[in-house]
Write a protein that binds this ligand. Structure first.
Ligand SMILES: [Fe+2]
Ligand SMILES: [Fe+2]
Length: 302
């Protein structure tokens, strides 16, 4: 993560993808927003104490955001989307994709952290325990499958991180906004007006988002029988500037505003359901076999 002279920046500044998510919990610690029965984060820690989250961020996290904000340009995101929406990498069932994702072991200390599949099952199990519809449980199970981008050799900054629109001004409400000064789009005046290349109220579906696991998985599953609410959760769960900070509302339309509620409903399950007890995968499998058969049966093109 430390850079010397003209060496290329480290494409993997984070020790694990979880470091980004841990930082999200630092930024949004509000235990009141966690669904009942969840392990609250540290109830002693209030939002006030976390106000200086940028200064408190680990150097690895800071470097991760620096790379993300420097290299996510409109052109980059358009090119990645054009490439990955061909879906010509692999054909896998959902279980195979989960197992494939689980081969992503990038942690310096794997004993203390849960696997990617543990996170997905903990998320979906909490959604199930709260009595939500089956499509909601299914969404919890798959919402981070797009992180297989890492296994296709995409750098961390193009897989995880808060997402944001490209082609218009970068909001000050995006974490570490200073790092956008190094983004080439910042030098293009037509991309830095409030609406940029967009019409006000055009709807997020017409907006090019920064590229990552959310947008990728949306394109993989958008033609399934998952409802719109599920697709919004998948596509915008890392769009913290919108669902937590209320930025970019001038680009949203009625459909976006209706579904924002679902994106917000999903967020606590994603952020606050980590427990150190890994789910009993074997015992849960029959339920999830049925669920997958209902929504995303057979081989899926990734
Ligand atoms: Fe995610
Ligand atoms: Fe997640």
């Amino acid at each position: 993560m430390v850079q010397h002279g003209h060496e290329m920046p480290d494409p993997k500044p984070l020790e694990s993808l979880d470091e980004w998510e841990d930082h999200l919990v630092d930024r949004y610690p509000d235990p009141a927003s966690a669904p009942k029965g969840f392990k609250a984060i540290d109830p002693e820690k209030t939002k006030e104490q976390f106000r200086n989250y940028e200064a408190d961020a680990r150097p690895t996290v800071r470097e991760f955001y620096r790379l993300n904000h420097t290299y996510q340009t409109l052109e980059f995101a358009r090119n990645k989307r054009a490439d990955f929406t061909q879906r010509n990498r692999r054909e896998m069932t959902i279980w195979e994709a989960l197992e494939f994702l689980n081969t992503l072991v990038d942690d310096s200390d794997p004993d203390t952290d849960l696997s990617q599949m543990d996170h997905l099952l903990q998320t979906s199990e909490h959604i199930r325990q709260d009595g939500h519809p089956r499509w909601f449980v299914m969404t919890g199970l798959i919402h981070d499958l797009g992180k297989i981008l890492c296994l296709f050799d995409e750098p961390q900054w193009a897989v995880v991180g808060d997402t944001f629109p490209l082609g218009c001004r970068f909001s000050e409400k995006i974490v570490f906004p200073k790092f956008f000064e190094a983004n080439p789009d910042s030098q293009k005046p037509d991309l830095q007006t409030e609406n940029g290349i967009y019409e006000p109220g055009c709807g997020l579906d017409n907006v090019t988002m920064s590229w990552g696991h959310d947008e990728y998985l949306y394109h993989v599953v958008k033609d399934s029988n998952l409802p719109d609410a599920a697709l919004y959760m998948i596509r915008y769960h890392s769009f913290y500037p919108w669902h937590r900070e209320e930025a970019y509302t001038h680009l949203t339309n009625e459909k976006d505003r209706e579904n924002l509620e679902w994106v917000r409903k999903f967020n606590p399950y994603d952020l606050y359901t980590k427990s150190h007890q890994p789910p009993d995968f074997k015992q849960l499998k029959p339920y999830y076999d049925d669920l997958i058969a209902e929504f995303l049966p057979g081989k899926i093109r990734f």
